[in-house]
Structure formats: C-alpha cells, structure tokens
Design a protein around this ligand. Structure first.
Ligand code: ADE
Length: 252
C-alpha cells in the first residue's frame, strides 16, 4: 500500500511535525503509511522581512494573510506531490468535518492542508487555490494548525494497518453513525468505600451473541440519550428498533 501523501502549509511547522511524531499518528508516519511535509509561507515571502500579512482594506482590527506567500507555498507543496492533490483550507466557514469526510480523505492518494491564522486570509487565495473548506466545529480557534492536526489524526487511524486490530475501526463510535458502547476490563469488581462497581454480567457470560446484542443496545441507547440528532439521519433495522424500544420503555 502506497503512503498517503500529505502536506501542511503553516506558519508553525514545528507544531505540526511534533504532533505527527507521537502516538498512533507517529507510528503511521514511521511505518511509511502516511507522509507529511510542511511548508512555511514565510519561506515564500518576497521581501527581506518575510512578510506574510498586511492591514485589511476597508479598515478594522487584525491582519490579513496576503495571497503571494500562501499561493507559492501551496504551489511548492503540490509540485512535490506525485499526483494532483486538492488543497483543503481549515476555517470555521467550512463544511463540518466528520467521520465520513475522514474516510473520504483516507481514500485519496494525496491532499494539502492549509492552516492560516483565523483573523483572515485574502479571499482571492481561497477563490483560486482552494478546492475545499473544512471546519472542525462551531468555535473559533486562533489558527488552523490544531484543526489540520485533527483532520490528520482522524485520517491516519483509518489507513490500512494503522491499528493493531482492524476490527476496532469498524466497531467503534461514529463509524456506524452511533456512539460507542461502554467498555470494561479487569478487575471484575471495583471496590469503593460507598459501593462495589461490577462489570455487567453479560460481558462475563462467554455468550458472544448476547455480548454483541448488549453492545448494540448500549450504543443505540446512548445515541438516543446523548445525540438523538444522529438517529434522525440514519435508517434503523427492525432489530435495532426493537433493541432501542426495549430501553426506551425502561426509561419512560
Ligand atoms: N480555524 C479557526 N477555527 C477553526 C475551526 N473551528 N475549524 C477549522 N479551522 C479553524
């Protein structure tokens, strides 16, 4: 499997590189399944002071990143990639990033992420160089670096071989549009001064069918309680509806 080729355009490349050297993402990079190069717009400025921003036309606070250094950095990133790569700009104005988009990006051969400071980027850069705009949620961060890392983290763990156990991708939260079920490990009984905490008996039963049904029911019930909006978007099988009805009855 060829590595997913990525590039990040950012004024803080060390932040990107450090984060990508750690944990599962770090292993994905070391194993050659994910490649990521960084491009600092400052290196593509055309003056001795390496200017990358200027005051906004029309007035107002804050600075706006100029088109030139960003465009040249994206161009350099694209030229170094073996295939045509879309440029994805991280912005609160973008389409909301989710597991579906993560899976879509994990299936591409290459992409370029553009992280800018939030105050603003000259719109002409976005109009000409950017194929897609993504937001990681309805809040405003100071820059696009953390959003770019969120995207890379979510994508990296979907690459083949990124996890020890491939089942853990399909079996978990959001992949199936549902929240995750609760997990337990040893000891069977946690002794606290107030009360004992026991692992649900079904998980100790050795009955794989019963365990699977319990987990499915827990996932459905949690989604119904915590994120009912997720259930509106998906089709539930008759079996799922029956499992959910059982616990809704218990709660009402
Ligand atoms: N840049 C600043 N805030 C952001 C957000 N919520 N998502 C993506 N990029 C951003």
């Amino acid at each position: 499997m060829a590595a997913l080729q990525t590039a990040v355009v950012s004024l803080f490349p060390e932040l990107i590189e450090t984060a990508l050297s750690i944990g599962i993402t770090g292993r994905t990079v070391r194993d050659g399944r994910l490649a990521c190069r960084t491009y600092n717009p400052r290196d593509y400025a055309d003056d001795a002071r390496q200017t990358v921003d200027d005051r906004p036309f029309g007035g107002g606070p804050g600075m706006v990143m100029t088109v030139g250094p960003l465009r040249r950095a994206v161009y350099a990133a694209r030229t170094a990639l073996p295939v045509d790569a879309p440029a994805i700009f991280l912005t609160p104005q973008g389409e909301r990033f989710d597991q579906r988009i993560a899976a879509e990006l994990a299936g591409l051969p290459a992409f370029v992420l553009v992280a800018a400071r939030y105050e603003g980027v000259d719109e002409r850069f976005i109009a000409t160089e950017v194929e897609r705009e993504l937001s990681i949620g309805d809040y405003v961060l100071a820059g696009g670096e953390l959003p770019a890392l969120v995207v890379l983290d979510a994508v990296a763990r979907l690459l083949p071989g990124a996890l020890g156990n491939p089942e853990s991708i399909t079996a978990e939260s959001h992949v199936d549009g549902l929240l995750d079920w609760p997990h337990y490990t040893r000891p069977e009984v946690e002794t606290r001064p107030e009360a004992e905490q026991r692992v649900p008996a079904v998980l100790l039963s050795g009955d794989h069918g019963a365990v699977a049904t319990w987990r499915r029911q827990q996932a459905l019930a949690r989604t119904w309680q915590r994120r009912p909006d997720l259930l509106l978007d998906r089709h539930l099988t008759a079996a799922d509806r029956a499992l959910l009805a059982e616990c809704i009855d218990e709660h009402t």
